[in-house]
Design a protein around this ligand. Structure first.
Ligand code: SF4
Length: 330
């Protein structure tokens, strides 16, 4: 019987993209193994296109549905559980699902639940993708080339009609992502996004402003201020469709958010503005990523809001963002 490896994936899009080196390395290191993933359903829809997992289990906030997932996973009888989220509950899930080997980082009292509990390096000493990769070492996971994210085929088809409806020409598409669920300390000012959008549009690209439904007002403001012909599609895209748009984009300009990681994973030239967090720890992975960060002495503080005026974000200028876009588009 093949080895059965359960992966409790991260709950956040950005972290999921940073776990891809581990996922591909485990697949390469254990080609015969059967892999199963547990994660929020929206993330599973996205990762399904990668073809890494034989089984996908959607994790929800409902207790009865969680119990059903636990029963399914227990019945599958995993040999190994890789626990990527830092929470106590994810380690408890691995313990309850009966995996003989439970691998994760030791903190927040999780040690007794994990029988392969690694010590986590201080935040920022190691890129998060390498922290994840270390969890797979005893499964033969080794650093290797990372393929582009495979966008689900249905999303690629939907993106063609989506863009046609908007009148946007694929191949010369630019995306702006001015949101960040984390909080204001990751959000570059909206007027700066608008100015960059205006600059890109003058170069002949079709500009779309992207975000979640909860970011609609901000995205519409950026689109309005950026000028005629620039549209907001906030709330109109699910993750697979958003990935398909990123894969076609000539440039993506984003805060340090899940969308920046998605764009980089899909191979888009990506300009990403960092504020209170550490690019050494969580910069998006990709050969065409440009990080804009001017960390003051207080950075990285990892705060969601700032008491001293968001100096880190204001230090990033429109001019340098436009220059970065020009270089990447060229
Ligand atoms: S304290 Fe410093 S690093 Fe943190 S948000 Fe404020 S300016 Fe940025």
């Amino acid at each position: 019987m093949p080895e059965r490896i359960l992966v409790r994936l991260p709950n956040w899009l950005g972290d999921l993209m940073l776990s891809r080196p581990l996922l591909h390395a485990v697949r390469a290191g254990r080609p015969e193994a059967e892999l199963s993933a547990v994660a929020p359903g929206a993330l599973l829809d996205l990762i399904a296109g990668e073809g890494l997992f034989a089984r996908l289990h959607a994790w929800t906030s409902h207790g009865s549905e969680r119990d059903a997932v636990l029963r399914e996973v227990r019945a599958w009888r995993p040999d190994v559980a890789l626990v990527l989220p830092p929470s106590f509950s994810s380690a408890l899930f691995a313990w309850r699902c009966g995996a003989a080997r439970r691998i994760g980082y030791r903190h927040d009292g999780r040690g007794p639940l994990l029988n392969r509990a690694l010590r986590r390096p201080p935040r920022g000493d190691l890129h998060l993708s390498l922290e994840y990769l270390a969890l797979g070492a005893e499964l033969g996971a080794r650093p290797g080339p990372l393929p582009r994210l495979k966008v689900p085929a249905h999303a690629v088809e939907r993106s063609a009609s989506f863009l046609a409806r908007l009148g946007s020409g694929a191949g010369r598409l630019a995306l702006l992502a001015p949101g960040a669920a984390y909080g204001p300390a990751k959000r570059w000012p909206l007027d700066r996004f608008a100015a960059v959008g205006c600059h890109i549009a003058r170069r002949g690209l079709s500009v779309l402003v992207c975000g979640a439904a909860s970011e609609r007002a901000e995205c519409e403001r950026v689109a309005r201020e950026a000028g005629a012909g620039i549209s907001s599609v906030a709330g109109d895209t699910d993750l697979p469709l958003q990935a398909a748009l990123c894969a076609q984009a000539a440039i993506v300009v984003s805060n340090d958010s899940g969308l920046a990681h998605l764009a980089a994973a899909a191979g888009a030239p990506t300009v990403v503005v960092f504020g209170s967090t550490s690019s050494a720890w969580t910069a998006p992975l990709g050969s065409r990523v440009r990080v804009l960060q001017h960390a003051p002495v207080c950075a990285p503080c990892f705060q969601r809001t700032c008491r001293i005026g968001y100096r880190c974000l204001h230090a990033v200028t429109v001019d340098e963002a436009c220059r970065a876009c020009d270089e990447l588009v060229a």
